[in-house]
Design a protein around this ligand. Structure first.
Ligand code: COA
Length: 212
């Protein structure tokens, strides 16, 4: 959306996909967030320690309270609900790093109970639609700890291109860790969707609309 000459992101909530609803977080999500963010296995490759309800409540009142992106430095965290049950199963986040370079970064965290169904892929793919089609970004990155194989597969499924393997770049949770950097450019995103109209369907492992 172009607002006062600047491109901003003002999604119509909820953002709907086949099986999910994406919408801003609220204090009502505290318990659902703590249910997975307090787990060591979930935080293993994330740059923070397991969170308790006080920390989650503080985040909900600050960093996670945004509904829009209006300028660089903003980050939009959207809760992901199962459309069928209304259960909150994870989050996707979009960081808007630079107006000049039209650059952003994508992140994802989900409850392990709901892994293995493609929900994170479906939600992150919806966030890429917002990033490219609405915020008009030129390049979206994802930074993944090299040992985080589920996340590497997710970035790959999203059609993101591996650009770098940084060796021992960060002191991470008691040791030097490698980082794999992925990126997707706006023309690559457009190609994926126009050269292969079935790309979205293929990615989400379901038949294209024409074949349904
Ligand atoms: C990273 C993370 C979101 C990945 O979760 P995930 O369950 O593997 O991802 P998805 O929900 O997209 O599910 C994909 C899996 O379901 C399978 N699947 C089943 N049905 C599917 C469908 N309809 N569409 C796509 N995948 C489907 C896929 O084959 C894939 O399995 P595989 O990786 O064994 O091949 C999760 O591990 C997580 O939250 N980790 C902790 C937080 C974290 O590390 N975040 C990343 C920081 S960079």
């Amino acid at each position: 959306m172009v607002h006062h000459g600047l491109v901003e992101l003002h999604p119509d909530y909820p953002v709907r996909t086949d099986r999910l609803l994406l919408r801003p977080l609220s204090p009502d999500d505290t318990a659902a967030l703590v249910a997975y963010r307090s787990k060591a296995e979930v935080c293993r490759y994330l740059p923070f320690e397991p969170m308790n309800s006080e920390i989650v409540a503080e985040k909900l009142a600050t960093a996670w309270s945004h509904r829009t992106i209006t300028t660089e430095g903003n980050a939009l965290t959207l809760g992901v609900e199962l459309a069928e049950t209304g259960e909150m199963i994870g989050e996707v986040i979009l960081f808007f790093h630079s107006v000049k370079h039209r650059g952003g970064e994508l992140g994802w965290v989900f409850h392990p109970r709901h892994s293995g169904h493609g929900y994170a892929t479906e939600a992150a793919h919806a966030m890429l639609h917002l990033a490219f089609d609405e915020l008009r970004l030129h390049r979206v990155t994802a930074r993944v700890v090299a040992a985080n194989s589920a996340s590497l597969r997710l970035a790959d499924r999203l059609g993101m291109r591996q650009e770098a393997h940084l060796i021992g770049n960060e002191w991470f949770k008691g040791g030097w860790s490698d980082e794999i950097d992925f990126a997707l450019l706006e023309n690559e995103w457009a190609d994926q969707h126009s050269v292969s109209p079935a790309f979205c369907a293929q990615l989400l492992n379901r038949p294209p609309q024409s074949a349904r």
